[in-house]
Design a protein around this ligand. Structure first.
Ligand SMILES: Cc1cc2nc3c(=O)[nH]c(=O)nc-3n(C[C@H](O)[C@H](O)[C@H](O)COP(=O)(O)OP(=O)(O)OC[C@H]3O[C@@H](n4cnc5c(N)ncnc54)[C@H](O)[C@@H]3O)c2cc1C
Length: 191
């Protein structure tokens, strides 16, 4: 365990790793070490109690661990879903029924909530349902397209086959620094 701890220390320093490593083996045998900064602006170091916003960030690692444990893995393809419209007369589609983005943006819940909020706002402020649903669609359609497009950029590096443009996206968004800075971050919507 001592050798492993030293190896992890060396690796963390070499790679400039920021986060927490914990290894458990049996009762009381193991270690937990924190590296790097939790808040770069204020120079606050990570501790073993630091809470991290993982969102969908652990999915890749979990998938890798699961796939390694089974002899014949079943692969589940991921599709982008993009509805050309969200309002159809007196019917509206919201959340995942209208748009499903790749997990990298981790926007599924906030997207559904924003749709619901926009729908409520529109219904409260228009005299009839059809006009309200048009207002709702105008508020949400472009925003949802942006989320899907962003997810395509971030997820390009996991695609099996890629166009030249997707290869360029893959190069841009697959570095460790880019993945840490961009996964599950919605700042692009408000930039
Ligand atoms: C493994 C996993 C991890 C995820 N991680 C994240 C994450 O970290 N961050 C994030 O933002 N998003 C994440 N998502 C995506 C997020 O869960 C969805 O985008 C979000 O739940 C969509 O909300 P929704 O209300 O549109 O649909 P849903 O949450 O799917 O709700 C639809 C509801 O309708 C019900 N329903 C379906 N058919 C009928 C019917 N005929 N009659 C009545 N009810 C019906 C369903 O049972 C369900 O309860 C994850 C998704 C998965 C699968």
């Amino acid at each position: 365990m001592q050798a492993l701890e030293e190896a992890v220390d060396a690796l963390a320093v070499r790679e400039g790793f920021s986060g927490v490593v914990r290894v458990d083996r049996g009762e009381g045998d193991g270690f937990a070490r924190a590296y790097g900064l939790a808040d770069r602006a204020h120079g606050i170091a990570n501790t073993t109690d630091t809470m991290f916003a993982l969102a969908s960030g652990s999915k890749g690692l979990t998938a890798l661990a699961v796939v390694r444990l089974i002899e014949e893995p079943i692969l589940q393809p991921i599709y982008d879903l993009e509805s050309p419209r969200m309002a159809f007369g007196r019917i509206a589609v919201v959340g995942d029924a209208a748009f499903v983005a790749r997990p990298h943006v981790a926007a599924g819940v906030s997207k559904a909530a924003d749709d619901a909020a926009a729908l409520t706002e529109a219904l409260q402020n228009e005299p009839d349902v059809e006009t309200a649903l048009k207002r709702f669609e105008a508020a949400r359609l472009a925003q949802n397209y942006r989320i899907i497009e962003r997810a395509r950029h971030l997820g390009a590096y996991l695609q099996a086959s890629r166009t030249q443009e997707e290869q360029a996206r893959a190069g841009r968004h697959s570095t460790d620094a880019a993945v840490i800075a961009e996964t599950a971050v919605l700042d692009f919507l408000y930039a």
